[in-house]
Design a protein around this ligand. Structure first.
Ligand code: ADP
Length: 526
């Protein structure tokens, strides 16, 4: 209602009151006129009033429309909120599942057999991922229809026993084992199971994911639920697929580890057998070697006595004590003397080697002055050195730590090495004996500037009776036992001997002696 109309209605009521009080006809006429005027005014304003009313209605409709929209929006918000809650729940479930998987992958690392791996995984699927039942089955590579290793969880023992795994393998062969895809089945309320897998595993809804070993589908992981367990969701398949791929990698590693361990065990067994065989062979060798040493020393002893008589008689005859000797006879007798010398040297070397090998003769270990031993040896060999005009240099440091050794045997080592050096060094050459002290050993070198040794002969050098084929050896007889004896003596002291040689330039024989030999000196065994 406009303010004009309100004014008119108010004025009309006032006029009515005035007329009611005054009974004047004039007033009533005036009132009549006034009412006519008002009627006219109202008639002219009725349209405006109607328009105003229509405006009000429009506004009311608009408000209604807005209310409807608001209603609609509220519904959408509620629906969105519901979906968000559902998404949040499934996200929470996924995060929880991934967390369990993370934990599980660490536990899987500690598992040592494929059987245990299958057991741990199926149990975790039920107890930690919250499914009702699970079956993990790996098929045999040569018989893909046959279960190789399997584990179940969530089944009563009787049910688990009755499970037909070969039948299940057959049911999931396509597409799980071939071509390696997942199976997922969640029936609606009242819907009959469309697959035989569910009834076979005793579950209403289920998922089967493939397990690949060496990129080849080689088994499956089945999980399933019955009400009141929740229905499986597609997110569950993703989670189970991650778990299945971890199982595949772990099973591959375990199989490799098992194969490696098997071959390691086999190897260890073979090494043990071989070691026992070698120990037996070594015992036998030691026994035979002792027999040989005993035999050599017995024979040598037997030979020595007649040889001494032969040498004695020959020199007696040669001296003319038993009558005159012709020149020719004298030469022959001289030959007999040389040959008996050679034989008696051979016998004494053989006896020495045999004694050291059998350990019959103990070492006389005492403080040794190396410089003095070297001087004695060089005095002994002076005639040979002079004969070829050879220079012998002795380079032994004046202050050496105390060396404990068997002096006469060390002397023998130096005599043998130096005699060879003299023999193989041409006239006017140089031979050096040097000593280099180390923290545990003293190293002694005998260096010559002679014929040298062919590389092919080096490995045979310290073996009994070896003599290289060269002009020097062809001209002069030898036993081939000198270096063998040297090696035995050095090793009996706990040292080592080796040689470096350049043919045509010379050879260096080096050996080490510990400052203090082992308490019970090791006797060399060839
Ligand atoms: P033998 O002196 O009776 O031949 P050895 O055992 O002392 O026996 O030596 C074995 C062989 O080693 C020698 O015949 C020789 O061929 C080789 N040999 C040893 N010492 C030297 C050396 N200093 N230079 C070259 N050859 C050597």
């Amino acid at each position: 209602m406009t303010s004009g109309m309100k004014l008119i209605i108010g004025a009309s009521l006032l006029m009515l009151l005035l007329i009611a009080w005054s009974e004047s006809a004039l007033l009533r006429v005036a009132y009549g006129l006034f009412m006519v005027l008002i009627g006219g005014y109202l008639l002219t304003n009725l349209d405006a009033l109607r328009r105003q009313m229509a405006g009000y209605q429009e506004q009311i409709d608009r408000v209604n429309l807005i209310c409807d929209e608001l209603d609609q929006n509220t519904k959408i918000i509620v629906q969105t909120d519901l979906e968000l809650t559902r998404t949040q729940e499934s996200l929470d479930k996924k995060i929880a599942g991934l967390y369990v998987l993370h934990e599980l992958s660490r536990e899987i690392l500690a598992v040592r057999t494929v059987e245990n791996l299958c057991r741990v995984v199926t149990e975790a699927v039920v107890t930690r991922l919250g499914f009702e039942r699970s079956i993990l089955c790996l098929v045999a590579a040569d018989h893909p229809g046959r279960p190789r290793i399997a584990a179940t969880s969530g089944f009563e023992p009787e049910e688990a026993r009755k499970l037909n795994l070969s039948g299940l393998i057959e049911m999931v062969r396509n597409p799980v084992l071939n071509p390696g895809e997942s199976l997922f089945f969640v029936p609606e309320e009242g819907q009959a199971p469309a697959s035989r897998v569910g009834p076979a595993a005793g579950v209403r809804c289920f998922a089967v994911v493939p397990i690949a070993l060496n990129n080849q589908p080689s088994g499956f992981l089945l999980t399933g639920n019955n009400p009141p367990y929740p229905r499986l969701e597609t997110g569950d398949v993703e989670l189970l697929s991650i778990l299945a791929s971890e199982v595949g990698v772990a099973a591959e590693n375990l199989e490799l580890y098992e194969a490696l361990k098997r071959s390691h065990d086999e190897l260890e067994e073979r090494v043990k057998e071989r070691t026992a065989e070698l120990a037996r062979a070594n015992e036998e060798l030691t026994r035979l070697n002792k027999m040989k040493s005993d035999f050599v020393s017995a024979v040598s002893h037997e030979l020595r006595t007649p040889l001494t008589s032969i040498k004695g008689y020959a020199s007696l005859v040669r001296a003319g004590k038993l009558g005159a000797v012709t020149k020719d006879q004298g030469e022959r007798l001289e030959k007999i003397g040389r040959h008996t010398d050679y034989l008696s040297n051979l016998i004494s070397d053989l006896l020495d080697i045999a004694r050291i090998e059998s350990g019959r003769v103990g070492m006389e270990i005492r403080k040794v002055d190396l410089a003095r031993v070297a001087d004695t040896v060089s005095d002994l060999l002076m005639p040979q050195l002079k004969e070829k005009n050879l220079t012998l240099k002795v380079e032994v440091p004046s202050k050496l730590p105390v060396l404990q050794a068997d002096e006469s045997r060390l002397q023998r080592v130096l005599i043998n090495l130096l005699s060879n050096a003299i023999r193989f060094t041409p006239a006017d050459g140089v031979i050096t004996v040097s000593a280099a002290p180390g923290p545990e050993f003293l190293q002694i070198n005998v260096i010559d500037t002679g014929l040298g040794i062919a590389p092919a002969d080096l490995p045979k050098l310290f073996t009994e009776f070896f003599r290289a084929d060269n002009p020097v050896n062809r001209e002069r007889k030898g036993t081939g036992l000198g270096l063998t004896l040297v090696k035995r003596i050095v090793e009996a002291h706990g040292g080592k001997i080796w040689v470096n040689s350049v043919p045509g330039k010379g050879s260096t024989f080096s050996f080490t002696l510990p400052w203090q030999p082992p308490l019970k000196p090791a006797m060399g065994v060839p």
